[in-house]
Design a binder for this molecule. Structure first.
Ligand code: BGC
Length: 740
């Protein structure tokens, strides 16, 4: 049996290699037939946004003409079986009949909308995250899409930057695991399946380190920081098979990412051996002129292709300039050929030369877009992504037998806002708002009333009275506040992270009439809400939870689902603490040093500690950690230590805990943070149930980049910590790495 399996695996590998050889040959044959203009065309990507709105505009006509003459290799923003078929047919009229690639931002769902990626990351559930990407891929691929511009794997440590919404938060390890899960989900086992799309690891690199959290701003960091913090999620995406990368708008240490040969040629295609292709970000080739890095559009094109940007999204730089640049000897034809090979290879791998329409299938589209299992998954995953920040006196779940509930606040009856920032098309009309869902859960005989109090911007108090009047007569009050869908995301940097406008005063007003509400906060990023954090009894952070968000919030409020999310990003107390992450250094003057009361690394007007730490999240049950055992306390360089302990559900209801493993290397040639996440597991337990949890520690776990950027572990002692959050360590163990 075993032999048979090995034989089958060998055969499959051989078939894979043969297919790769075959594709390589077909690519070479095609390349030899191509003119310089046709080669430049393959590297030219244009937006078809106007195709659905104004099919007769000059711009659309020009693009259609260019497609027919082989001057376009890929389109973005065209979707649906009808449109993708129509536009693909134009490409097939070109001299060499090379099919187009259709790319789209399928970020947190195509039709079925899942929580915004930061919210989904809060589930720490890699299977669920993979599943949501699979569903998005299935829906998109059936509608003619070959390629999604996701996942965004930029580490984000500054909540002012609105695009933290689109990533997996502040941590490199968690971000790397999630990056791999998302790539697996989008791409499936192998490119070419009609329920999969190519993934894009973006934005390479450093985009999340925008100075002052202002989108598109410069990033400036040590190489050490780049390698240690920002690059690993990209490497993880690549190892998971990411077919494409997207570069970034920002400069990194003075050089635009799009024109950055160190990033794209040395690291990505050199050291990492990436075989896919790199697409620029929207207009980022052209923007190198604005940055002050290129003289004009042709100069930008020359610099971008030399640096390893293979496809030009919407700058019209490659198509317009590459042929002349090659003829003038300013661009090496080898660089163009290499880029074209990479793009054509993906088109072959997707099977588009065999059937250019294979992704645009009406029956499959209908089946995928009407599959009720997708909505069920969206509800389950949304509920899992929610984080119970506070729950004093078990204010949640809501008691059974309430006679009346008032759902107050600007997001109480919101639908579009539930969907969050980056969707393909809104399904708001078909969605349940939070009030709808509370009504459905509460059942007959319970009065459920709602009043907004104000809109999300909440500039005036006019609506407060009506809301207060309604709340005054209710048994319990739920207050839904936070951001509208368009307050987080691209170009949505915020200099103030409080609840928008006067929303916080609505909370105060309810308190003043003796109706302290249970607070539900929806947002695409960590917000600052000190009065609520201090005075509310219960706070549920729901992010922007997607199509099924209203139902999922109600599932948690009523206790049908026990919350299990944990923060993937630190929540500050105030703006002055930003950037704040759990990966802090001890400094020479940590706050604990009593002998040095004044001259310490602290603020004179704020604690150092965040409001809610990375990894924090409560449950309706409690978990006990006990009996930490290490298989050995010393480890040789090639050895392993098995760390195990018992996790017990010590509370009254079933629940899931995300146990977290942190490490500190107290003395090293490069000072290490006080804590670094090195592992986690999501464990579901029945009340009273106990389970042994094990983590394996080896040299990899202890390794880091030294000053020479060499990856390795240094001998000596290490502190290993296991806990329920980065600030809630329950068990500790010291281990030692020996020389031999
Ligand atoms: C964003 C990318 C996105 C692209 C295409 C850009 O503005 O930065 O993440 O994929 O637009 O829509």
């Amino acid at each position: 049996m075993k032999l048979k399996m090995i034989a089958m695996a060998v055969l499959a590998a051989a078939a894979g290699a043969a297919q790769a050889d075959d594709i390589a040959q077909r690519v070479e044959t095609l390349l030899r037939q191509m003119t310089l203009e046709e080669k430049a065309g393959q590297l030219n990507q244009l937006s078809g946004k106007e195709f659905s709105t104004g099919p007769n505009s000059d711009n659309v006509r020009n693009i259609e003409r260019d497609i027919r003459s082989g001057k376009v290799g890929s389109m973005l923003n065209i979707k649906g079986v009808r449109d993708t078929r129509r536009v693909q047919a134009l490409a097939l009229q070109s001299r060499l009949h090379i099919p187009l690639l259709f790319g789209l931002d399928v970020i947190h769902g195509y039709q079925t909308v899942f929580p915004v990626p930061l919210g989904e990351a809060a589930s720490w559930d890699l299977e669920a995250i993979e599943e949501s990407a699979r569903i998005a891929a299935r829906e998109a691929a059936s509608a003619g899409i070959h390629w999604t511009f996701a996942p965004m794997v930029d580490v984000g440590r500054d909540p002012r930057w609105g695009r933290v919404m689109e990533g997996a938060g502040e941590d490199t390890y968690l971000g790397s695991r999630i990056a791999a899960a998302r790539v697996r989900g989008f791409q499936g086992a192998k490119l070419g399946g009609t329920a999969s799309v190519m993934a894009t690891a973006k934005h390479f690199a450093g985009y999340g380190a925008a100075i002052a959290g202002r989108d598109y701003n410069a990033a400036d960091m040590s190489e050490h920081q780049l390698h240690e913090t920002y690059l690993p999620p990209f490497k993880a995406a690549l190892d998971a098979g990411a077919a494409t990368f997207m570069n970034a708008f920002n400069t990194l240490n003075g050089v635009p990412a799009t024109g950055n040969a160190m990033l794209q040629r040395e690291i990505l295609k050199g050291q990492w051996g990436f075989k896919g292709f790199v697409v620029s970000d929207w207009g980022s080739v052209r923007e190198m002129v604005v940055h002050g890095y290129a003289q004009d559009l042709p100069d930008a094109a020359a610099k971008a292709i030399a640096a390893g940007s293979d496809m030009d999204m919407e700058s019209n730089a490659y198509g317009a300039s590459l042929p002349a640049l090659v003829k003038a000897g300013k661009v090496d034809i080898a660089a163009v050929d290499d880029a074209v090979r990479r793009v054509l290879t993906k088109k072959f791998e997707l099977g588009l030369f065999d059937d250019p329409y294979r992704f645009s299938d009406e029956a499959r589209e209908k089946a995928a877009l009407n599959d009720p299992r997708h909505r069920e998954a969206a509800r389950r995953i949304a509920a899992e992504s929610m984080v119970l920040l506070k729950n004093e006196g078990n204010a949640l779940p809501l008691r059974r037998g309430l006679r009346s509930i008032a759902v107050i606040g600007p997001l109480a009856d919101a639908r579009r806002d539930l969907e969050g920032g980056w969707i393909v098309q809104s399904n708001a009309a078909k969605m349940a708002s939070l009030v709808d869902a509370v009504r459905a859960h509460a059942g007959q005989g319970v009065r459920v009333d709602t009043a907004a109090g104000c809109d999300v911007a909440c500039r005036g108090l006019d609506g407060f009275d009506a809301a207060l009047k309604l709340a005054a007569t209710a048994d319990t009050v739920v207050l839904a506040v936070g951001e509208s869908w368009d307050m987080s995301g691209e170009a949505k940097s915020r200099a103030h992270l409080g609840l928008p406008g006067r929303q916080g005063e609505l909370f105060e007003a309810l308190r003043a009439i003796g109706k302290t509400p249970v607070v539900v906060i929806m947002a695409g990023r960590p917000l600052i809400f000190e009065n609520v954090a201090e005075q509310a009894k219960a706070i549920l952070y729901a992010w922007h939870p997607g199509s099924e968000g209203g139902n999922a919030i109600a599932d948690v409020l009523f206790g049908d689902v026990n919350p299990s999310g944990k923060l993937p990003m630190t929540f500050p107390r105030n703006m002055g603490q930003i950037p704040i992450g759990y990966q802090q250094y001890n400094t020479g003057r940590p706050v604990q040093t009593e002998s040095n009361v004044v001259y310490k690394s602290a603020y004179i007007d704020s604690p150092n500690t965040p409001r809610y730490a990375f990894g924090h999240g409560l449950s309706y049950t409690s978990f006990a950690y006990s009996g930490l055992r290490a298989s050995s306390t010393t480890m040789r360089p090639d050895g392993k230590i098995l760390l195990s302990f018992t996790l017990t559900n010590s509370g009254p209801v079933a629940g899931a805990e995300v146990v977290q493993l942190y490490l500190r290397d107290p003395v090293a040639s490069v000072v290490r943070p006080l804590k670094e996440l090195k592992g986690f597991q999501r464990v579901a337990l029945q009340p009273g149930q106990a389970q042994t949890i094990a983590f394996t520690i080896d040299r990899e776990t202890l390794a880091f980049y030294n000053r020479k950027l060499e990856w390795g572990a240094e001998t000596g002692t290490f502190e290993v910590m296991v806990g329920s959050a980065s600030d809630d360590i329950r068990l500790k163990q010291t281990i030692e790495l020996t020389e031999r």
